[in-house]
Design a protein around this ligand. Structure first.
Ligand SMILES: [Mn+2]
Length: 514
């Protein structure tokens, strides 16, 4: 396919100027994946896992209770069993019980029940004390994570592209992206399987990694783009029973599925299940039972959506503007809604947002930042007030003693966060010819976090009704209801529009040509 000059110019405006990078962005190939062994300690982790599989050690995968963690756990369990382990256990503390990572008492119990090796996925980088305990117990521990390291790294084999010494060229992998790299490394080392062969024989690893990447809202750039593009291709093919039935039950047409559909509606069913059950669901092949269970989960997901609406309103009611941020302190917001309500506040005000709710003896806080603000670094100045603290630059959390709450709020007020000068997310308006090959623009998909659809401008366009729809210069376009019918059907228009993932045009704005 010939790539238009307009498209290349658009990529340059996005900062992708190198011809190799441009090709990798528009026409990604499996061979564009980075070598997993570039990640520090990958070699050690693979050797340890290879030994554990060969010597029939009991292995436990310890995950995080969001979809990234659930997909990660499912991938690693499947891989280790595929490579010869009889049965790999999965432990994911439910969202209500615990917050972040390994639980000391449970490590003791697992050790007593004969587990030799624990592998964390999407969690564990802050578990310094628990890693020390594992060592004391003689329990081998591999930590795979993508959260930022605060302070000292745990004493274990650690795979995390965000570590300064990781040596990996792309830092923004999801937890499931990190596990995909581990899985590729394992197949390569243990059975000599290349990435292309693995994609041919076990493509669902990419789909699971894509679900983690999308649900964690990692930017869809660089290696994440390769993962999500491949994963969506496989998802649309309907070849993995659990996901095929999932989409059918949720009422999505697999072929037209977008990242936005997944964000906004499709993934909610996995949050209606207990996380360990969600792992079993992802790996199940029992079509009949899957259909029944998804239907039930969909019901609770709908109920959850209703609850969410109420919780967001409550967060709005209790929101205060302090130190450049929106902070909501409420006893009425359920712990399970913490992430969603914080995200909603951030979206509403385009400011960093924090929501605090009581849980047991402590207050739990979820924090969401905005572009170009390192919220994690900003909050670290208050670390002495926190009981626990960790996460990413744009999404993190902490806990507080009730006595620390006022102290924290006044500290924030006294030390406001520095925000970048302009928070307007103006997209580049680009001026191609509307006749430009639309297939070309759809090469930019999948669209989502970090890669929004381009806003394009065509001048002096003729708009006509054509059957049920409309055409612009003879090309079918989707004209939103509010823009119909065009104010001057005879005249010409300047048309702002965007190209959707399926290559169709959506009109955003119409003005009489000036
Ligand atoms: Mn994650």
């Amino acid at each position: 396919m010939k790539i238009s000059n307009e498209l290349l110019r658009y990529l340059s405006l996005k900062g992708i100027t190198d011809p190799h990078e441009q090709r990798r962005f528009l026409l990604p190939q499996l061979t564009d994946h980075y070598d997993p062994f570039r990640m520090n300690e990958m070699d050690k982790a693979v050797e340890e896992l290879r030994r554990a599989v060969k010597e029939h050690h009991k292995i436990l995968v310890w995950g995080h209770a969001d979809l990234d963690g659930i997909a990660s756990a499912a991938m690693l369990k499947f891989a280790l069993e595929d490579l010869g382990t009889e049965e790999v256990g999965v432990r994911i503390p439910s969202r209500e019980v615990e917050w972040f990572g390994l639980i000391p008492d449970e490590l003791r119990e697992f050790k007593a029940s004969g587990v030799n090796l624990v592998v964390t996925v999407d969690v564990g980088i802050t578990n310094v004390a628990e890693a020390a305990l594992a060592r004391e117990l003689g329990l081998d521990l591999i930590i795979t994570d993508h959260h930022e390291l605060m302070g000292k790294a745990p004493d274990a084999v650690v795979i995390n592209p965000k570590l300064r010494e990781s040596g990996y060229p792309w830092r923004q992998l999801a937890g499931a992206g990190v596990v995909l790299k581990l899985v590729c490394a394992l197949y390569q080392r243990m059975v000599g399987m290349s990435v292309e062969e693995l994609w041919r024989l076990r493509p669902h690893y990419w789909t699971f990694a894509a679900l983690g990447t999308i649900s964690d809202r990692c930017p869809l750039l660089d290696e994440n783009r390769l993962i999500v593009r491949a994963g969506l291709d496989h998802l649309r093919s309907g070849a993995w029973p659990s996901l095929e039935i999932w989409l059918k039950e949720m009422g999505f047409e697999a072929e037209r599925l977008t990242v936005f559909d997944l964000y906004s509606r499709a993934i909610s069913v996995f949050y209606a299940a207990d996380p360990e059950e969600a792992v079993r669901i992802l790996l199940s092949k029992d079509r009949r039972r899957l259909g029944v269970r998804y239907a039930e989960l969909k019901e609770s997901a709908i109920e959850w959506q209703r609850g969410k609406q109420w919780m967001i309103e409550e967060a709005e009611r209790s929101a205060r503007h302090i130190g450049g941020m929106v902070i909501s302190v409420s006893e009425d917001i359920g712990q399970a809604y913490l992430g969603t309500t914080t995200h909603a506040l951030r979206e509403r005000y385009n400011r960093p947002a924090i929501v605090l709710v009581p849980k047991g003896k402590l207050w739990h806080a979820e924090c969401r930042g905005i572009e170009d603000v390192d919220l994690l670094e900003y909050l670290s100045q208050f670390e002495s007030i926190f009981v626990t603290f960790g996460g990413h630059r744009k999404a993190c959390g902490f806990t507080l003693e009730p006595t620390g709450l006022d102290e924290f709020l006044s500290a924030v007020e006294a030390n406001p966060i520095k925000l970048p000068p302009s928070q307007d997310k103006e997209e580049i308006v680009f001026e191609p010819d509307i006749e430009t090959d639309l297939k070309n623009w759809s090469l930019l998909a999948p669209f989502g976090e970090g890669n929004y659809p381009p806003r394009l401008l065509a001048q002096g366009v003729r708009i006509e009704e054509a059957g049920e729809g409309y055409r612009a210069n003879g090309i079918p376009v989707y004209l939103p209801f509010a823009l119909r019918p065009p104010p001057q059907p005879e005249g010409k228009f300047d048309m702002e529009y965007t190209v959707k993932a399926d290559g169709t045009i959506r009109v955003l704005r119409l003005e009489p040509a000036g």
